[in-house]
Write a protein that binds this ligand. Structure first.
Ligand SMILES: Cc1ncc(COP(=O)(O)O)c(C=O)c1O
Length: 476
């Protein structure tokens, strides 16, 4: 693996902007960070500085003080092939020299065409048509709009509603946010796009008690809630079901056995489109280019982003079946939708080079082969009193923290605040691992490292988590 030499960056604790301010001060004064409580940066003092990440190599990142961290979240579920890949910069540079920008509005450029062909090749069934966006939320937004227009074109104009799952995150545009199932992320933006309905997710750990020990029965039960919601809303009004292969938010809920078989059956029965939101799960995260391939179902639309470029440039897309595209082949019909930067040539060139790395280095195979060892390292933490559950697939895990393991009692809001924000987030970072402590559902630690790590890093992650979690109860 080629890495940029470290000499190009010298660690320094006093990075200054052109006005002479420390970066952390300028960040505090001018930068608006995403999903971030800015009050924690008010005032001065090291503990409240904006964490400043200045370098990455492989699975590691460095802050401005020269401290090294294992990137346990691949940036944001994104940097699949690791940081510092010179080859991806070279691919971008080559494209810059040819043409840096051109849109996909009635014209096209070679990199978008090549990438569309390649993604169609990796996608299952007849998912052959690729519509580029700049990220996952735009892909989800596009898919809902497409579903609405598709049903108008085939004479079912009432089909506009969508079904998705509790606590699932599908992005921030107002349509995608309607699909999102996290009340706290939506409340201040209401009223959102009407027509988003929620069903239970596949959190086996929190399944109804009589189903907890029978994943197959739980899977059937959870899938049937989708049928129930379609019946309840009226099948003639429901356009699509949006599901992640493994739901991220809430802490990695894999589908129970048989779940997607039954969901596919339901979607066919009611003529509802199945959208596999693989913004996180695609590109090796669970061991295949698309998670639906590995889990054995064929959706009507895949939405994806993030790992397609390993984060070296923004890109997302939806991949659509021939059946859905069919009405758009004729007459005056077109999809009145697009983005200036959707399918940007630089992003597409990087994506092609990123996928070359996947093929050459066997990234998917590596994830499939070593995932059991990663899981085992994390399951070793189950002896710690507050570790209730370890779950996930591939290189994608959630560790749920509980107050009482026997009863699975969770923490109240105040305890969550003290545990996650008061202690864990900082303690994990201080221990040398960047990952996420999250309580959009029950409190979890989320792990989704670059897909290039092995046993040494699995053990290191587990050791760091242990050192922090064993002391956690004292901070409640
Ligand atoms: C499943 C899913 N869908 C959509 C999104 C939104 O993607 P973006 O932030 O690229 O808009 C995310 C982001 O994490 C996601 O996990």
């Amino acid at each position: 693996m080629t890495i940029y030499p470290s000499e190009i960056w010298e660690p320094s604790s006093d990075y200054h902007t052109r006005t002479g301010k420390l970066y952390s001060e300028a960040a505090r004064d001018h930068l608006w960070m995403h999903f971030t409580r800015h009050s924690v940066f008010e005032g001065h003092g090291g503990a409240h500085n904006v964490p400043l990440i200045v370098k990455g190599e492989g699975a590691y990142i460095w802050d401005d003080r020269g401290n090294k961290y294992l990137d346990g979240l691949a940036g944001l579920f994104t940097v699949q092939v690791g940081h510092g890949r010179a080859e991806l910069a070279d691919a971008a540079m080559e494209q810059f020299k040819k043409i840096a920008y051109f849109p996909l509005w009635s014209y096209a450029h070679p990199r978008a065409i090549e990438l569309a062909e390649r993604l169609a090749h990796y996608a299952p069934g007849d998912l052959n048509r690729v519509f580029f966006t700049t990220g996952g939320g735009e892909a989800v937004e596009s898919a809902w709009k497409l579903a609405k227009q598709y049903y108008k074109l085939v004479g079912k104009p009432m089909k506009t509603k969508v079904i998705s799952r509790n606590i699932a995150y599908h992005g921030t545009p107002q349509g995608a946010l309607s699909i999102t199932g996290i009340p706290a992320a939506k409340a201040v933006f209401e009223p959102l796009v009407p027509g988003g309905h929620k069903v239970p997710n596949t959190n086996l750990y929190r399944a109804p008690e009589h189903l907890r020990d029978d994943p197959k029965a739980f899977g059937l039960w959870a899938a049937n809630r989708i049928a129930e919601a379609i019946e309840f809303e009226g099948p003639e009004t429901v356009a699509a079901v949006f599901l992640e292969p493994v739901q991220n938010s809430g802490g990695c809920f894999p589908p129970p056995p048989g779940y997607f078989d039954r969901v596919r059956e339901i979607c066919d029965e009611y003529d509802v489109l199945l959208v596999s939101d693989e913004t996180i799960c695609a590109f090796g995260r669970i061991g295949d280019y698309f998670a639906c391939n590995q889990l054995g179902y064929v959706p009507d639309i895949i939405t994806t982003a993030k790992g397609v470029t390993s984060g070296y440039a923004p890109l997302g897309c939806m991949i659509v079946s021939d059946r859905i595209f069919e009405p758009f082949r004729h007459g005056l019909t077109y999809f009145p939708h697009g983005y200036t930067f959707g399918g940007h040539p630089i992003s597409c060139a990087i994506a092609m080079a990123n996928l070359d790395i996947f093929e050459r280095e066997g990234i998917n195979e590596h994830v499939r082969e070593t995932a059991p060892a990663f899981r085992a390292a994390l399951e070793g933490l189950l002896d710690i009193p507050i570790v209730g559950d370890v779950r996930g697939e591939g290189f994608f895990y959630g560790i749920e923290l509980v107050k009482d393991k026997a009863t699975r009692e969770t923490f109240d809001d105040g305890e969550c605040e003290r545990l996650l924000r008061g202690y864990l987030s900082k303690a994990l970072f201080d221990s040398g691992i960047y990952c996420r402590a999250d309580d959009r559902g029950d409190p979890v630690i989320q792990l989704a490292p670059p897909l290039i790590i092995g046993q040494t890093e699995f053990d290191d992650i587990a050791a760091k988590l242990r050192s922090v979690l064993e002391g956690a109860e004292a901070h409640l």
